[in-house]
Write a protein that binds this ligand. Sequence first.
Ligand code: DGJ
Length: 713
Amino acid sequence: MMKKIVFLTLLSLIMNAVVSQNSIQVGNDGKSWNVVTRSTVYQLKVENGDVRMVSYGDKSLIEWAGRPLGAEVPARGGFANATPQIEVIFADGVRDIELAFKSFEIVTINGYQTLKITQADKYYLFEVVSFIASIPEYDLIEKWIEVRNTGKKGIIKVENLLSGSVFLPKDAYELTHYSAVWGYEFTPHTTKLTPGVKTIQVKDFKSYGSSSFMVRPEGETDPFNGKVWFGSIKYSGNWRVDFDKSFNGPLQIVSGMNFWDQEFYLKPGQVFTTPSVVFGYTNKGTEGVTHSLTAYIREQLLPSSHREKTRPVLYNSWYATTFNVNEEHQLALAKVAKELGVEVFVIDDGWFKGRVNDRAGLGDWTVDLNKFPNGLQPMIEKINALGLDFGIWIEPEMVNPNSDLYRAHPDWVFHFPNRERHLGRNQLILNLAREDVYQYLYQSFHKLLKENNIKFIKWDMNKMMSDPGFPAAPADEQRAVRINYVENLYRLVETLRKEFPDVWFENCSSGGGRIDMAMNSRFDFNWASDNTDPVDRIFIQDAYLTLFPSNTMISWVTHEDHHRQNHPLEYKFDVCMAGVLGVGYDITKWTDKEKEVAKAKIARYKEIRKTVHTGTPYRLISPFYENRSILQFVNKEQTESIVFAYQLAELPNNMTNETKRSPLVQLRGLSPTTRYSVEGVEGVYSGDFLMKTGIEMPLRGAFKSRILKITKQ
Ligand code: DGJ
């Protein structure tokens, strides 16, 4: 089962070909290299026969002639002075690796110039090929490695194989990372990196946070200026990032799949390719990070078939109906949804055989004829006749023990013999590493999409990983089960997308449990959180929009009110309009007044969504620092900007207005010499004035919001 695994295949299909000349510079000796982007350089060279990393940062470092900071691919062997990227055991039991430079090439992969350096062990038939791609326009580099058993006999056991490592020069650093829980996705944490290793990791397939990180010199906190090294692993599931701070030397950052409870065997002739890790550097503070990552995902990673398409306004039935779905009510919802201006109607959980509650049905992907006696297609036709596209919820990777699938194939789930099968939300995880499971899922969803006019899939995944056993696999493949699972997950999405190219795909995992760059290259959207309370969402969205583009963030207006503040419907809409707007109420119960509000908001959203989805994002004021949140998006031409302003709860004595901070907010990203009008404000102002002096956001009192359009005159 273990075969050559290449995680980059899809990227070659979806990336724009952007070949930049001279992104890789080679020294005269053919043994030193600069991997150059618009404003950064990554330097490496051969020293004493080893390939070593010299520096990474601002492009001015090209002139740097300092000593290397560490090995390009730190491997277990010799002195244990860095976190190893590779740990293997050769057939004779030797555990140390000694790599020596062999050759290099400059190749073009996915349109990007890539430095490919081959190193070989000094004694064993084992090669390591490093790839370092320059992604110049986003100031990113992408690293991954290939390991090869070049021998004719002898199996190499791979105990650890990370994707990429970089060293930062000796300094005091602070790390910001996003580790969280259900309902509070992407909570930012900032911590000093003291000597030792700080690890952020996921052993499961669910995280609620991100492998994305930012490292800044201690004390540099300006969001708009200053050095930041950042990165993210393109992998969905068990990942890790280690920050190894030596007492008196550099800081190493190394990331890849998490080899906790994982190993594989490299047979003679076999090659294994890791997923890639993206690293970046900016001197423009955290805003520079946001601009690099969000533009890269939006312009290069998102599935190419839908990348440039306008994101539709959604209706989703989950909060209105939960499992209690039937044709009559869904049609009633769809009718109102259409009146409001919705464009795609999505039926959530509950539509398939036996799915009366969350204790039954998962795995049996045929329509429940008790709820839909005529099947789905007649209902879809009526929804289409209203002028709406139709979407549907699925949870492919799961099974309820109470299902025909599980009764027929109890061995298809992750499990260990003689051990309990731990349920989560009354369900188990199908072992997608198995080819028969893959084929069953492929056939089921191929049929569903073929027989019904479905234009939107919401792909959910609700159970935490447990019992990751695969007793039927050969002993030497059992601990590679997560690797094969993720590979087949990607294969399943890619195959279905290829066969049904006009279907939108939403990535969900009990809210934002599996959001990463690898999913973003296969899914058009993410469901950021099950928490739809507008106040909690303001925080989640601020963090989400730091790392991911707004056109991927689905946000529904629902009845949720965790803080018992009875927020106005207008406020809820304004929060959701900063992403991909959806409605999740039981709108058949809405009053005329509520429908009028929704209609007006959806119409307004359609006017502004182009700039919100494709413009450059600016987080002017973060709710993590002030009692309000202000977001701004500026279109490429700098002719239009949309500002979202949200007040949070009032502090005692209304202190945000009275003390602490100026009410003036300086806009960003405008053209200084262009004159703009500001909606609701008299006069015309230069971009320079709006960015240096600023405007007062006309908000008073708790839970008020405004959306302002700024237009070139
Ligand atoms: C969890 C998701 O996050 C929700 O949006 C909803 O789809 C439920 N699952 C359905 O079971």
